[in-house]
Design a protein around this ligand. Structure first.
Ligand code: GAR
Length: 214
């Protein structure tokens, strides 16, 4: 049977890409990684893809006049590739409205906070500044706003008195590495269905909590 194909977008180290790759090696994994795309040719995530024989695409955003030209070139390249879902896993470029419209309900993003708290950057710093009791990671549908799309699922952990930036970063990564492959698997096996206004989980839209507990 044809597997559900994902395109993973990355801009950095790619530890979340690695988690997706590791899970995809399980025989019963319902997704496969069709492509890894990066806007930066020098990132370690691209090496992880090559080491695992996953095709890569790189478009250095610095070579484009503006966001529209970058997005257009990306769309044109993606037309040649067969995939079902785009997964932003540490992708640090904002995608334009046209691109998002083209792939409506087909782009998900991993974000290192308990959204709607702390969209944007420096989420661990904000958790420390505000002395939050909990921190975590969220996977959401991408819309035109900054980390504003419908929440698909999240995982959280308790912030301890002795936590600092490094420990929060490490704890967030630890849960992200389970959360993202889990959500991709649920989408691939149609246990989660993505609609702009409505995320269906096991056929229901009125889930009180989208917390995923490991
Ligand atoms: C992850 O923590 C992810 O949540 C974050 O970037 C990191 C990438 O790590 N994404 C964002 O901040 C998106 N706004 P990785 O390259 O090791 O997977």
């Amino acid at each position: 049977m044809k597997k559900f194909k994902i395109a993973v977008f990355v801009s950095g180290n790619g530890s979340n890409l690695q988690a997706l790759i590791d899970v995809s090696k399980n025989l019963d994994c319902p997704y496969e990684i069709e492509l890894v795309f990066s806007n930066n040719p020098n990132v370690y995530a691209l090496k992880r893809a090559s080491q695992n024989n996953i095709p890569t695409l790189t478009l250095d955003h610095k070579n484009f006049k503006n966001r529209q030209e970058f997005d257009l070139s990306l769309s044109n390249n993606l037309k040649k590739i067969d995939f079902d879902l785009i997964v932003l896993a540490g992708f640090m470029r904002i995608l334009g409205r046209e691109f998002i419209k083209t792939y409506e309900n087909k782009i998900i993003n991993l974000h290192p906070s308990l959204l709607p708290k702390y969209p944007g950057l420096n989420t661990h710093e904000k958790v420390l500044e505000n002395k939050d009791k909990f921190h975590g990671a969220t996977v959401h549908l991408v819309d035109e706003g900054l980390d504003t799309g419908k929440i698909i699922g999240f995982s959280k952990f308790k912030v301890e008195d002795n936590d600092n930036y490094d420990s929060l970063l490490a704890k967030t990564h630890e849960i992200e590495h389970k959360l993202l492959p889990q959500i991709c698997s649920l989408i691939a096996s149609k246990k989660i269905v993505l609609h702009k206004e409505n995320i269906l989980i096991n056929g229901k839209s009125d889930q009180k909590s989208k917390e995923i507990i490991f």
